[in-house]
Ligand binder design. Structure first.
Ligand code: PAF
Length: 284
């Protein structure tokens, strides 16, 4: 496995044989089974797989957890080597944002609600770094997790708008046995908050059950989630949402599908989760 922090070296390996397909899994490290499931999708669907490990400072607000974001480069590299990854890109801040850096990628609509309303600069940071990584790696396909539902919508829009020659593949959310969505941030939870956190998935599942039983009022679906989460004293709701899966506008009435999502604080740690329901199928 090649491990490099140099753009030239990434390009040299990427283009050594232009006939090969490359899958790419961008990450911020502290890898877990959710990341590995994306890596497995990439390994199965491409001749070569690249992973990036970079905790991108521009997607964190000054008040957020950049300095406490968990890191374990050695453990990550061992996992990726065992999985059979071909190349790992581990750039520095100085390489990604050199002095004089002044270009950003920002999207006007899908970035505004949900995560965007709580974290106004977040998606400009995400879109900018992913655009840079796509230009560096130039993958055939890129893999993202459904857990970050809005991120997948924002990045698909960016790929369409800026004509990136990359096929976007979204992998399902990986969950712990008690339903908690896998996330590097789970490592920051106290034992008490970890025990309380599965309420996110229970609340989303209850709203899905209500939908499946015929409930089509967006407000009643939101109320189902709100009621269950507020019953847990450790949980402080940032938002609950039943939104149009394309525009992310809150729905009064569900017609074609709904993205049920929530963001909840447990102490200082903010967790997100979602269930995507299309009229004919469910995707988690
Ligand atoms: O989902 C993440 O881990 C990050 O937002 C990403 C896509 C790697 C960009 O920093």
């Amino acid at each position: 496995m090649i491990v490099t922090d140099k753009i030239d070296e990434v390009r040299q390996h990427r283009w050594a044989d232009p006939s090969l397909t490359w899958g790419f899994v961008p990450t911020m490290g502290y890898l877990h089974a959710g990341h590995l499931s994306l890596v497995q999708l990439s390994l199965a669907g491409n001749e070569r797989t690249a992973v990036s490990i970079y905790v991108n400072p521009t997607q964190f607000a000054p008040t957020e957890d950049l300095s406490s974001y968990p890191r374990n480069l050695e453990g990550d590299l061992a996992m990726l080597e065992k999985a059979g990854v071909d190349l790992v890109f581990t750039p520095s801040d100085a390489l990604m944002y050199p002095p004089g850096f002044q270009t950003t990628v920002s999207l006007s609509q899908v970035t505004q609600p949900l995560e965007g309303s709580s974290r106004p600069s977040h998606f400009t940071g995400v879109a900018t770094i992913v655009a840079k990584l796509f230009n560096i790696v130039q993958p055939t396909r890129a893999y993202f997790g459904q857990k970050d539902a809005q991120q997948t919508i924002v990045l698909r829009q960016m790929v369409r708008d800026l004509n990136f020659n990359v096929e976007m593949v979204i992998g399902p959310t990986s969950r712990e046995p008690d339903g908690l969505a896998m996330s590097s941030r789970n490592a920051l939870l106290s034992a008490e908050n970890r025990a309380a956190a599965p309420v996110l998935y229970r609340a989303l599942s209850a709203a899905r059950a209500a939908y499946e039983a015929g409930e089509r009022s967006g407000e009643l679906l939101r109320e189902t989630m709100r009621g269950m989460i507020t019953a847990v004293p450790q949980a402080k709701i940032d938002y609950v949402s039943a939104a149009d899966p394309r525009t992310l506008e809150e729905l009064d009435k569900v017609e074609e599908g709904v993205l049920l999502s929530t963001a909840v604080f447990f102490g200082k740690t903010r967790l997100i989760d979602n269930i995507l329901i299309y009229a004919s199928e469910n995707t988690e």
